[in-house]
Write a protein that binds this ligand. Sequence first.
Ligand code: GLV
Ligand code: GLV
Length: 333
Amino acid sequence: TRPRVWVSQPLFADIVGRLHEYFDVAATEQVTQHSPQAIAAALREVDGALVTLNDPIGAAEIAGATRLRAIANVAVGYNNLDVRAMSDAGILVTNTPDVLTETTADFGFALMMAAARRITEAERWLRDGHWRQWNFESLLGGDIHRATLGILGMGRIGQGIARRAAGFDMRVLYHNRNRLPEAVERECRAEYTDLDGLLARADHLVLVLPYSLQVHHLIDSTALAKMKRTATLTNIARGGLVDEDALADALEGGRLAAAGLDVFEGEPAVNPRLLALRNVVLTPHIASGSLATRRAMVSLAVGNLIAALGHGPHAGRPPSPVNAAALGSKPLP
Ligand code: GLV
Ligand code: GLV
């Protein structure tokens, strides 16, 4: 019998269709907020699964999934998955790095600029018919060029943002768990600093670090108090990195100039205090959302799943494993 796979959400049908060559596919026809019980029931029946950030999977959801061998996440981040539990159960997890790096860096830069230059606020003002009240001091923002960019999390995406900053003559500071090799620092024209130094010196701070409980609310009221009053904060990583109420306090109180947020702690719900503020640009988790990149992510995830289950040109060698040690720890069907 053919292996079975579950596809948790509708993705590009022409790309996901490649799975039919090797597997019986249980596809989800509409975007669905699956209950934990529904996820557990779906995983019990299959050898592999293609899932998204909207599908949280922990130890309880895989407890009865005796056949399950691989979960391909259609995202670079995988905090929706309990990777430790997957490893313990011999389940391979894969993600979609690299293919989204440049697109996501583009968006991070755009969101930072929109926040600093008040682009969406200005558009609302124009659409609301206020232009006749314009004066020379209306809608003034902060500069990007020659400002100091602070990048928190210097992985591939952070480095992409740093390379873009060179074109704006920015000074680039970064903080990361591990300092980068000197050659990479030179190529990115980025200078390492500790977290407090980054907070204190950045004119524009961009968050691009992976989320885990260790960095939950890393940007809290204490961290925000160390930032310049004229600074902006941009988050394209995960909402849980920022204490949203503390951020709203800072933005309301004029202790931070503006924020650009693509990710939220309770998404798709957005903290109503943020919705009420003028000086924050809000987007619905679209940083990787160019057509070409979203297609490349699905293609990579599909390729990972096919290979992890022992088929296709990379049989047994999925391109982007997260917990490679789990590979091959369960016999193939
Ligand atoms: C998006 O947030 C991703 O992790 O790919
Ligand atoms: C994270 O994996 C990144 O690419 O920055």
